[in-house]
Design a protein around this ligand. Structure first.
Ligand code: CP
Length: 305
């Protein structure tokens, strides 16, 4: 994995994914160790972020690396018209790995093709968010004690939700049964559904959240991605499609855990936060350990045997 970019979750094999999860477990036990002190990590965020950027920076700092970067491209020479290629070629002189979030689908792959240092995709438009996927897998394995044979519901914006696309693709390796809950306008893209079908797995589509709450192990809630809608009226029609309440969880499985990549807007009622089945705050904490494992693997500090 040393010096390889991580752009799509498909870039990592099943063995490599398990290696990252196992190493993240070790970082959870011992998060502060100076194994990256000779490295510089850059975080280039062309789109807003709280968790991804700060957990990457926390992960790097806890391992002794130094961090440079920006959280607002308007304060950089991009504002003067500098291209993505020139930005990447510039920053690659100053660091050993680039963590990049960008609103355009395909931008991360392009950056990795022009960059002399590895690029980690921290979200490219509505396409992929592979590091979120790895922390989601870590959270599922931690709460269910397995990744195999689970019933997993994805709820909300399955069309534009990049975390959903990455996680569905990864879960096809573990004999998952998929329950897809969305408004008709925001169904999972056909290409991702085809990916499930080609692996001889089942998916079921719903519009009503109540239909799935009692029959799944994981409820993966998502925000309706307002920023991806071309037509504001279309967003208004679907913005309040789902609100998860404690009442909806009355007949849920004992082992059910509720995940959400966050940020949450209104799709999970705040009363649910104290429900023992709510796991989304722990999920984001797991992001630090998983990103420690990703940075360490790509920078060659934890070689895979
Ligand atoms: N889950 C996630 O990507 O959150 P941020 O947008 O805050 O980084």
């Amino acid at each position: 994995m040393k010096n390889r970019s991580l752009i799509s979750i498909s870039d990592f094999s099943r063995e490599e994914i398990l290696f990252i999860l196992d190493e993240a477990e070790k970082f959870e036990k011992r998060p502060n160790q100076k194994i990256l002190e000779h490295f510089v990590v850059s975080t280039l965020f062309f789109e807003p972020s709280t968790r991804t950027r700060l957990s990457f920076e926390s992960a790097a700092n806890r391992l002794g690396a130094r961090v440079i970067g920006f959280s607002d491209a308007a304060s950089t020479s991009v504002k003067k018209g500098e291209s993505l290629k020139d930005t990447i070629l510039t920053v690659s002189n100053y660091c050993d790995v680039i963590v990049m979030r960008h609103p355009q689908e395909g931008s991360a792959r392009y950056a990795s093709e022009v960059s002399p240092v590895p690029v980690i995709n921290a979200g490219d438009g509505s396409n992929q968010h592979p590091t979120q996927c790895l922390l989601d897998l870590y959270s599922i394995r931690k709460t269910q004690k397995t990744l195999e044979n689970l019933n997993i519901a994805f709820v909300g914006d399955l069309k534009y939700g990049r975390t959903v696309h990455s996680l569905v693709i990864a879960l096809t390796q573990y004999n998952t049964t998929f329950h897809l809950v969305s408004p008709p306008e925001l169904k999972l893209p056909s290409a991702v559904k085809l990916y499930i079908k080609e692996r001889n797995l089942e998916y079921f589509q719903y519009t009503d959240l109540a239909e799935v709450a009692g029959k799944v192990d994981i409820l993966y809630m998502t925000r309706i991605q307002q920023e991806r809608f071309a037509d504001p009226l279309e967003f208004e029609r679907v913005r309040n499609s789902y609100v998860l309440t404690n009442a909806l969880l009355d007949h849920s499985r004992k082992n059910l855990r509720i995940l959400h990549p966050l940020p949450r807007v209104s799709e999970i009622h705040t009363d649910v936060d104290d429900n023992p089945k709510a796991y989304y705050y722990r999920q984001m904490q797991n992001g630090v350990y998983v990103r420690q494992a990703i940075l360490s693997a790509i920078l060659g500090a934890i070689p895979m045997k």
